[in-house]
Design a protein around this ligand. Sequence first.
Ligand SMILES: Nc1ncnc2c1ncn2[C@@H]1O[C@H](COP(=O)(O)OP(=O)(O)OP(=O)(O)O)[C@@H](O)[C@H]1O
Ligand SMILES: [Mg+2]
Length: 354
Amino acid sequence: MHVEVRDLNKHFGTFHAVKNVSFEIEKGHLIGLLGPSGGGKTSILRMLAGLENPDSGQISFHGQVVNDLPPQERGIGFVFQNYALFKHMTVFDNIAFGLKVKKASKAQIKDRVTELVELTGLKGFESRYPHQLSGGQRQRVAFARALAPEPQLLLLDEPFAAIDAKIRQELRSWLRELIERVGITSIFVTHDQDEAIEVADEIMIINQGRVEQKGTPWDIYKEPKTPFVASFIGESTVISSAAELKGFEAAANKNATRALIRPEYIEIGSEHDFSVLSATETGVVRHLHFRGSEWLVEVEVKGHKLITYRSLEKETLQPGQEVRVLVHRAYLFNDDHSWIEENRLKVDPMPIMI
Ligand SMILES: Nc1ncnc2c1ncn2[C@@H]1O[C@H](COP(=O)(O)OP(=O)(O)OP(=O)(O)O)[C@@H](O)[C@H]1O
Ligand SMILES: [Mg+2]
């Protein structure tokens, strides 16, 4: 279903936890909510589900305002990070729970549970109890249970937080496929940017109760609107002034207050690796982290610690080693906008007009 949220606000006592939050979700889309702890993600989900009342603002499903609808009439499925399965019930009964509440017939329950057990790869586990399942299996039961009453909106609050990295990776692709197959509008909360990037059609970055930015993962990476978003997505370095870097002197005239430099904007090497040496800085390698497929290098330039990657095929660097550092471009921010600035020295000189 199509979801629209307008100017949602929520206070807990005097604390303003959700501030003028507005967004829309297209029917069938999966949107990832990403942001630091305490940002307001769970509070937003709880208001959508009707578990918490907003102080002001409107929530509409299919164009109908639902603010006054009780949770059970909103057509929502909820999956939390801590499974919250009914411990004394079998897998079958856990999945059947919502259908029993809705007073479905025995035959309907059996058909629907059988269908979900297959969909979630739990065939053969129907009569087990939660303690007889692995974390990943339990979480799949939680998904099946949430999907059983055919909700129109699925809210997933860090569903994989308690699961170890390898299984988590598998569950991510599984979830993506499941949601595509079922075609259900979904909101997925995570702390993990890789998870959000991989799973979501769109990402919404929430910080201190506000929506900092919403867009496709690629748009957000490519065009972060605030330094917060830029530093939250991807590994990068934020410095207070780009103007002190060679090739970026012009930034001083544009009142940039901060600059963000992503690892892929930086190249390191020795003198003969660069055709325009005047565009490069001197740097000192501080740390090298082996990443399996490449090195992550921390290099110090004018007191700033910049991060870049280096192919394993290139000569191995040593901590303390002096290198040349070319910063190709930087993301610059001032109070009201952000833009990309290229290193103006790295390009070949303009041809002389005769
Ligand atoms: N029932 C409540 N009473 C008082 N304060 C609350 C309540 N629920 C949430 N808060 C506060 O509101 C803010 C937002 O909380 P919320 O749980 O929405 O954050 P979150 O983004 O989900 O964080 P996390 O990533 O840690 O789960 C926090 O500062 C939290 O302490
Ligand atoms: Mg939360």
